[in-house]
Design a binder for this molecule. Structure first.
Ligand SMILES: NC(=O)c1ccc[n+]([C@@H]2O[C@H](COP(=O)([O-])OP(=O)(O)OC[C@H]3O[C@@H](n4cnc5c(N)ncnc54)[C@H](OP(=O)(O)O)[C@@H]3O)[C@@H](O)[C@H]2O)c1
Length: 200
């Protein structure tokens, strides 16, 4: 699969590394592709760098920028036409980072409103990248990633992608219910959950 990633930070690198190892193609959309520090990406020579607006035309796009920059990144992608947006963001702001008081609002539903026509699937947000980087296999078990989304086919495509990286998935249902459970501050946020193969 060809995955376009908006942002070139920690999440972008970790997902790109696993995806390339599994045979996928990665395009990174950056604010200024000419300013990307290529030394950081030297071990992933197949990665292509382009603008946000160009990367945003991909069939499957991973949103991996800090919460406070989501608006100006998504504004550069005017139409979605049922293309998939994987929302990896969490509503952390400031320096040092603090969890924004969302007043019970669902972060991914807010993102959905900014991308009319997109099939939004929430994934990758609830695992810390230092844990993700350890990989899917843990002794006799397999690490789990959570997925929520309202469009079945889009969600299945994201599940297939994640499982192609070696992880297992748990489908938490639609964005309204599942998104709240997996978003930062929710009960599954930051949980490292392992599926014990002998119980599956
Ligand atoms: N780090 C984790 O463990 C983790 C885990 C799960 C979810 N998340 C969430 O995933 C999202 C990305 O996290 P991250 O850790 O990858 O963030 P990060 O390392 O800080 O990288 C974010 C990227 O966003 C891009 N960006 C776009 N506009 C920006 C602006 N105005 N200022 C600064 N950067 C800007 C930058 O890429 P360009 O310079 O190429 O434009 C930057 O490399 C966040 O919403 C975070 O909460 C993080």
């Amino acid at each position: 699969m060809k995955l376009s990633i908006l942002g070139s930070g920690r999440v972008a690198y970790s997902v790109a590394r696993r995806a390339i190892a599994a045979g996928h193609e990665i395009v990174i959309g950056a604010r200024d592709p000419s300013k990307i520090d290529r030394k950081k990406w030297v071990e992933l020579p197949s990665v292509k760098f382009t603008s946000i607006s160009e990367a945003g035309l991909g069939d499957v796009v991973l949103l991996a920028v800090p919460w406070e920059h989501v608006d100006h990144i998504l504004e550069q992608i005017p139409t979605w036409d049922r293309r998939i947006l994987i929302d990896a963001t969490n509503p952390f702001v400031g320096n040092p980072l603090r969890l924004l008081d969302m007043g019970g609002q669902n972060a991914s539903l807010l993102i959905s409103k900014k991308v009319p026509g997109a099939a939004v699937v929430k994934a990758f947000n609830s695992i810390k990248m230092e844990i993700f980087d350890l990989g899917p296999k843990v002794k006799s078990g397999t690490r789990i990633l959570f997925v929520s989304g309202d469009q079945r086919q889009a969600k299945e495509r994201v599940i297939d992608f994640i499982e192609s990286l070696g992880f297992k998935t748990i489908d938490l249902g639609g964005l309204a219910e599942g998104g709240l459970i997996q978003q930062a501050g929710g009960p599954l946020a930051g949980k490292d959950i392992i599926l014990n193969e002998s119980n599956s």
